[in-house]
Design a protein around this ligand. Structure first.
Ligand SMILES: Cc1cc2nc3c(=O)[nH]c(=O)nc-3n(C[C@H](O)[C@H](O)[C@H](O)COP(=O)(O)OP(=O)(O)OC[C@H]3O[C@@H](n4cnc5c(N)ncnc54)[C@H](O)[C@@H]3O)c2cc1C
Length: 370
């Protein structure tokens, strides 16, 4: 049996999910190439709760809603493939508002959205003691909407599991920087690799692959920083907390809290740490949970998100070169929609229908010939 040669460039959430699904088919010979620098997926906070966003763009919402729901399928597939400990959990999400009127408005919007998005689950408006039943050390006058369907995922653990299973299923993982050549070939160092079809899942670095071939790519980098605190709290069942502005407090097992993140549009691909911004985010979190003042910062992370000029992700085949599939521009909700996008790209190569209309996310509007 002649196998189809598939190359995937980029081992973030999109590329690793596609690699996992493609390598389940014995007719596919799959090589995943990853440079491993600045990967947004490993830097991400891990909130999977798109439903209470104020963003009104329906095309975006449709994708992230399906993306959040896809986590349940992905976890089942990981379990079937032999993963005993899953990196995703639905522990709920609290979205805080400073004013009661805004809280009511948010609750009404969430109720309406639940008709189309049953995964939102039970909804409650909580204040005071009721809030402290969810997060005991919380001290705030603000109220919050609790959506029981909100989830959290450890992006690094998810990548390790997907890539581990990919290799067990016969996939080849190469570390290194790939360069796309014109004649259906990829170069990594001195080695050349031929492909029948290729997925470019290089996140914010997609222009670096396509510009040398004469394409213009509508992608800009955005720097994101966050911090981790090790606490003595029993955080296992705490819901995630989305505070006003950009700061979230996301609890994980064993007392770990992830706090972030910044959205910096003027820093290019810089991955250096800005301690002032880290301290500012810790101070905001401490204004909600004063006990955090005593906690040392145990880790910091910096990553680069990819953005398009209209803030929508794109993915699919390039109509100019249908053997090339791309995905990028996932922005700050890429952990939410990334697995669903990776799965769809894999289905496209496998010749399977997905039942999801991906035409609004076509790459053709974002990747043009110069
Ligand atoms: C601080 C931070 C917090 C975030 N929090 C959340 C959150 O809570 N919820 C949410 O939904 N989203 C969140 N996001 C967004 C999300 O992480 C990203 O949108 C998503 O991970 C992007 O995935 P990706 O696979 O497209 O790209 P990436 O994860 O960036 O992966 C791309 C990979 O391609 C590799 N690569 C690039 N060029 C080459 C090449 N030439 N050769 C080989 N390899 C190459 C890179 O090294 C990288 O590993 C956050 C992002 C950041 C930075």
């Amino acid at each position: 049996m002649k196998q189809k040669r598939i190359i995937i460039i980029g081992g973030g959430i999109v590329g690793s999910t596609a690699a996992f699904y493609l390598s389940q088919d014995p007719e596919m010979h799959v090589t995943l190439i990853d440079e491993g620098r600045g990967n947004a997926t490993r830097a991400a906070a891990g909130i999977i709760c798109p439903w209470l966003s104020q963003r009104r763009n329906k095309t975006w919402y449709h994708l992230v809603d399906r993306g959040a729901a896809f986590y349940l399928e992905l976890m089942q597939d990981l379990q079937k493939a032999g993963m005993p400990q899953l990196p995703y959990k639905q522990t709920g999400t609290l979205v805080f508002k400073k004013k009661d009127s805004l809280l009511e408005k948010l609750a009404t919007m969430a109720q309406e959205r639940r008709n189309q998005s049953p995964m939102i689950g039970q909804l409650e408006v909580l204040k005071g003691q009721k809030l402290r039943e969810q997060v005991p050390p919380l001290v705030t006058d603000q109220g919050a909407v609790l959506t029981h369907g909100g989830g959290r995922v450890d992006g690094g653990q998810l990548l390790d599991q997907l890539q581990g299973l990919f290799q067990q299923q016969g996939g080849q993982l190469l570390k290194g920087k790939a360069q796309l050549l014109a004649n259906q070939q990829v170069q990594v160092g001195a080695d050349l690799y031929d492909y029948d079809e290729i997925i470019l899942a290089a996140g914010a670095w997609l222009p670096g692959l396509l510009t040398p071939l004469g394409y213009e790519v509508d992608i800009a980098p955005q720097k994101g920083q966050l911090l981790e605190l090790e606490t003595t709290f029993d955080t296992d069942t705490w819901p995630g907390c989305m505070l006003h502005g950009e700061i979230d407090i996301l609890p994980f097992e064993g007392g770990k809290l992830v706090i972030g993140a910044t959205h910096e549009n003027d820093q290019g691909y810089d991955l250096s740490l800005d301690r002032k911004q880290i301290q500012q985010m810790k101070d905001i979190a401490t204004s909600f949970i004063p006990d955090l003042a005593q906690c040392e910062i145990s880790q910091t992370r910096v990553g680069t998100r990819a953005y398009t000029s209209d803030f929508l992700p794109f993915y699919g085949r390039l109509s100019q070169q249908p053997a090339i599939l791309v995905a990028s521009g996932l922005g700050s909700s890429g952990l939410t929609c990334g697995p669903f996008i990776g799965w769809q790209l894999a289905q496209s190569i496998l010749g399977q229908k997905t039942g999801f209309d991906a035409t609004p996310y076509s790459p053709d509007a974002y990747i043009t010939v110069r």
